[in-house]
Design a protein around this ligand. Structure first.
Ligand code: NI
Ligand code: MN
Length: 227
């Protein structure tokens, strides 16, 4: 699996020749100005919740690529009304796609779409196939439900956790979350994009290493390969 970080909570994951894109927020992110939103590949766009900083560029990318939206029922219905196809899910449910299995799991947060439409309950995703298994937590507080992930999914090879605090859990909780989901390779997200969520990178790395874990704070545009 190849992972590309596009900033904030947006990741591309290429697996079995299929491009999954999570929470595209590029054109609104000053830090991601070097990323060409019209060059990002996508076969599926997975949206954790309806907030602008997670869905801003989903419509634009879906119209160009024909990618399907995968999210909760409310968000998929909202895109459906715009003529964009999708696959609706809800918490605790999983579905076998052509690239592998997707499970929509709990997150503690809120979810409203950019025009004020109710965006259902926010979630995270666990995705797995023969190449590996990973968890994108979305925007969330630390929650005991994370302990269910390793009980209901294959062993995680990596996970994306928000660390920016204020709107989501912060670093200390992300360290605990990595333990709850039993994952050794943490890729941090939802940090530095705006003032409320700026973090000291060295402090974040120290908090993880003090707990015997490692964390990657990816550069925007960075590609990470998982064997
Ligand atoms: Ni949010
Ligand atoms: Mn957010």
């Amino acid at each position: 699996m190849n992972l590309t970080y596009y900033g904030h909570a947006c990741f591309g994951v290429e697996t079995k020749g299929v491009h999954l894109l999570f929470d595209p927020f590029i054109t609104g992110n000053e830090l991601a100005s070097q990323i060409d939103v019209d060059a990002i590949p996508a076969d599926y766009i997975l949206l954790t919740h309806g907030h602008q900083d997670h869905v801003l560029d989903a419509e634009r990318i879906a119209r160009r690529t024909g990618a399907k939206i995968v999210s909760n029922f409310e968000i998929v219905s909202w895109y459906g009304a715009k003529g964009i196809e999708g696959h609706p899910m809800n918490h605790g449910g999983k579905w076998q796609f052509d690239f592998g299995t997707v499970k929509y799991v709990s997150a503690i947060h809120s979810s409203v779409l950019p025009d004020g439409t109710y965006g259902g309950n926010p979630g995270g995703f666990v995705v797995w196939n023969e190449e590996g298994c990973f968890y994108h937590a979305g925007d969330t507080a630390l929650t005991m439900d994370m302990q269910l992930v390793p009980k209901t999914c294959p062993k995680l090879d990596f996970c994306m956790l928000p660390i920016g605090d204020n709107f989501t859990m912060g670093t200390e909780e992300a360290v605990l979350a990595a333990g709850f989901v039993q994952c050794e390779k943490v890729i941090a997200c939802h940090f530095d994009t705006f003032g409320y969520i700026r973090v000291d990178h060295e402090e974040v790395k120290k908090a993880f290493s003090d707990a015997g874990k490692s964390v990657i704070l990816p550069e925007i545009g960075e590609v990470i390969t998982f064997e």
